[in-house]
Design a protein around this ligand. Structure first.
Ligand code: PLP
Length: 444
């Protein structure tokens, strides 16, 4: 264990076994115990672990050059990855800028938006409206845009003037509206916020198309996506989709935005984009945004490691794997299978209040009472306890307790996109065994 390791923080508080190796959807610790990576780490390892074709392509690049500073050399991996990314995105997203992670991608998206505004004579626009709850990263700027108070509180006061609107938590609503009407109602919160802040000050609206860790795979009504896009256009506000978790095929399309036919102005990618083979992220934007910035002297932004040939060779190999092995289609198909299996658990376990998500970004939420969605008592610590039980059984899942206006324990079940039907059965067997042990524990 790592109790006295100088590698501090998470490790020392929550000692875990040493990781030995990975293979497909499985991870092994040094004692030889096998785990199913039922959350792809933190929704990262989309193509599974130790994919030999990806490793071979990275090795070939390593043998040539691992780093060449982007101001000194062009590289084929970075240009090829940019071209491949654009080819997989909806039309209109045709420019790519590389970074090394999700928070960097979100910050870069906001900075590109801001430079675009300045370059096009809209310098009064600086506010980014985001949502509550949400998660956009842990650097200072990205954290300020995050709607999750426990993470923000230790650093308050943060930046000024970045308003948040409520994300559509429609599964909690007990009104008589239709789903479509609810979607419109939540979207109108954006209009109200723009009006309140002063339209001339609003730069962008930032949202996760399907919530990640913050909300547990929350999907909004279809009408929400269309209406928020329309409102952004009406007010000249840029629409930024944070697809750090949803992108690269996780929801059954390359971008989740495609489910609703939305083309955001800027998209942030990471996690599954490098799929755990290299720290990698990107923003993808339309030329309409990028050209004025280039004309004004170029994007005043960039990280040292951004676009390095090794990370880009990994990213390129990952995207090739997604395409060649039809993994995005598999995510859609297996997502339906897994979701139906999770829904099936609701008849046996009354404390499962909701099952939700898209593709292989799926979650269930535990509650005390399904009819009112009253959460389980906080003292039960369900979100950590069930994860521990599952971990002992050899199943890794990811959980959070949403905090704020509503508190609920949700669990993300997001295996790599290579998962098979037989492996879904393995996951479900372990999950059921874990749930039934948890049910016994809380009954006593
Ligand atoms: N945005 C979303 C939607 C995320 O889920 C995350 C990470 O969980 C981030 C941004 C931040 O990414 P990173 O941890 O790579 O900085």
């Amino acid at each position: 264990m790592t109790g006295d390791s100088p590698y501090l923080f998470y490790q020392s508080r929550n000692p875990r076994p040493y990781l030995d190796r990975g293979e497909g959807i499985y991870l092994y610790d040094e004692s030889g115990k096998r785990y199913i990576d039922g959350s792809s780490g933190a929704m990262v390892s989309n193509i599974g672990h130790s994919n030999p074709r990806v490793l071979a392509k990275m090795k070939a690049q390593m043998d040539k050059a691992t780093f060449g500073y982007r101001l000194h050399f062009r590289t084929h991996p970075s240009e090829d990855l940019a071209a491949k990314t654009v080819s997989m995105c909806p039309q209109g997203l045709d420019r790519v800028f590389f970074v090394s992670g999700g928070s960097e991608a979100v910050e870069s998206a906001v900075k590109l938006a801001r430079q675009y505004a300045v370059a096009t004579g809209q310098g009064t626009r600086y506010r980014v409206i985001s949502r509550f709850p949400s998660y956009h990263g842990c650097t200072f700027g990205a954290l300020d845009l995050t709607g999750y108070e426990p993470l923000r509180a230790p650093f308050a006061p943060m930046m000024e003037g970045m308003p948040k609107i409520t994300a559509p938590t429609t599964y909690l609503d007990r009104d008589t509206l239709t789903e479509e009407e609810r979607g419109f109602r939540y979207a109108e919160l954006l209009r109200e916020q723009i009006e309140e802040a002063g339209p001339e000050t609003v730069l962008a609206f930032l949202m996760e198309p399907v919530g990640g860790a913050s909300t547990g795979a929350l999907v909004a009504p279809d009408s929400y996506y269309q209406r928020t896009r329309e409102i952004c256009e009406e007010y000249g506000v840029l629409l930024i989709y944070d697809e750090v978790m949803t992108g690269a095929g996780r929801t059954g399309k390359f971008l989740a935005a495609e489910h609703w036919g939305i083309t955001p102005d800027i998209v942030a990618l990471s996690k599954g984009f490098g799929a755990g083979y290299a720290p990698l992220g990107a923003i993808v934007a339309s030329s309409r945004i990028v050209e004025p910035v280039l004309d004004a002297g170029g994007f005043q932004h960039g990280f040292t490691y951004a676009g390095n040939p090794l990370a880009c060779s990994a990213g390129l190999a990952v995207l090739e794997e997604l395409e060649e092995q039809n993994l995005i289609e598999n995510a859609a198909r297996m997502g339906d299978v897994l979701k139906a299996r999770l829904e099936g658990l609701m008849s046996r376990y009354q404390f499962i209040g909701d099952v939700r998500g898209k593709g292989l970004l799926l979650a269930f939420e535990l509650v005390a009472d399904r009819s009112t969605m009253e959460p389980l008592p906080r003292e039960l610590n369900a979100y950590t306890r069930l994860v521990e039980i599952a971990y002992e059984q050899g199943l890794i899942i990811y959980s959070r307790r949403t905090r704020g206006g509503y508190e609920g324990d949700h669990f993300l079940i997001c295996p790599p996109l290579i998962v098979t039907k037989a492996q879904i059965e393995e996951i479900m067997n372990l999950l059921e065994a874990s749930l039934s042990r948890f049910a016994d524990e809380i009954a006593n």
